[in-house]
Design a protein. Structure first.
Length: 75
């Protein structure tokens, strides 16, 4: 699911850059575009943070399971 979101965000950024190349003077004065860019930036940051937390949780669970297996083998 995250890969779908990442692809959609990448596609949005490509379209945005293409639109800026076509008419940079119109996009620089557009306050709505600035708000959308800021929200997109925050969304990307939140997605990166979420991915980091999920990875940490996966390693925590895997480490706990491995520790339990080692304890069972030693006993």
């Amino acid at each position: 699911m995250a890969s779908k979101l990442e692809r959609a965000l990448a596609q949005f950024r490509r379209r945005q850059r293409a639109a800026q190349k076509e008419s940079p003077e119109a996009s620089s004065d557009d306050p709505f575009r600035a708000v959308v860019e800021e929200r997109l930036h925050h969304l990307e940051q939140q997605l990166d943070e979420l991915k980091g937390r999920v990875n940490g949780l996966i390693f925590l669970v895997a480490g706990t399971a491995l520790t339990q297996v080692i304890i069972k083998i030693i006993q």
